[in-house]
Design a protein around this ligand. Structure first.
Ligand code: TYD
Length: 199
């Protein structure tokens, strides 16, 4: 069954669409596993807590993202796909390339080694990239009471993350679909309905 990932800069609004998407797929009578990164397992959620709050070297950050992912694949994603469930993950490896390479400046070759190691060729079947202007996303974030380590980054950081996501979408057109987060919820749902028809 398909492995679907949702991506985008902080404040792009992907969470709004995740539950709705899961409902649509669930209505087909198939098991749907909704999960997230970093996290998705008890250990992964502990690593998430650290990653989102603790200052650390940028390479430590990248390594911990992939450590959490290794656990996530083993305990959640691979078993679910093997038993025929849909898996919808709120972020996956594209986020590591966008944030750790695009945002933080780690060389892509470094992450490709980790990707090969941890995923052994497994890639999402469909990646929904929620794309939005950085200024709009920042306005949305500003409404939150408390911001994590990533959300506190400057607009220039998110510009680099956004650019990197868009580059990846161009690089892997077969699995990426870009959704314009400036559109209304209804418009985005209509676009999503179209996209998942072919799944
Ligand atoms: P996010 O998915 O935005 O959750 P919430 O909506 O609850 O804030 O938060 C996860 C953060 O982790 C986000 O800022 C992006 C970052 N991240 C990376 O930097 N690299 C990764 O590989 C992943 C999965 C996430």
């Amino acid at each position: 069954m398909p492995f679907i990932t949702l991506e985008g800069i902080d404040g792009a609004g992907k969470s709004t669409h995740l539950a709705w998407l899961a409902e649509q797929l669930h209505a087909r009578g198939t098991e749907v596993v909704v999960t997230r990164e970093p996290g998705g397992t008890p250990l992964g959620e502990k690593l998430r807590e650290v990653l989102l709050n603790e200052p650390m070297h940028i390479e430590t950050e990248a390594l911990l993202m992939f450590a959490a992912r290794r656990e996530h694949l083993d305990k959640v994603i691979q078993p679910a796909l093997a038993r025929g469930a849909y898996v919808i993950s709120d972020r996956f490896t594209d986020a590591s390339f966008a944030y750790q390479c695009g945002g933080r400046g780690i060389a892509e070759a470094r992450l490709r080694v980790l990707e090969d190691w941890v995923q052994a060729g497994l890639q999402p079947d469909l990646t929904l990239l929620f794309d939005v202007d950085v200024a709009i996303a920042s306005q949305r974030l500003a409404r939150n009471a408390s911001l994590d380590r990533f959300e506190q980054e400057q607009q220039a950081f998110f510009e680099r993350v956004r650019t990197h996501y868009l580059q990846r979408a161009q690089q892997y057109p077969a699995r990426f679909r870009i959704l314009d987060s400036a559109h209304s919820v209804e418009q985005i749902r209509a676009a999503l309905t179209d996209i998942i028809k072919s799944l």
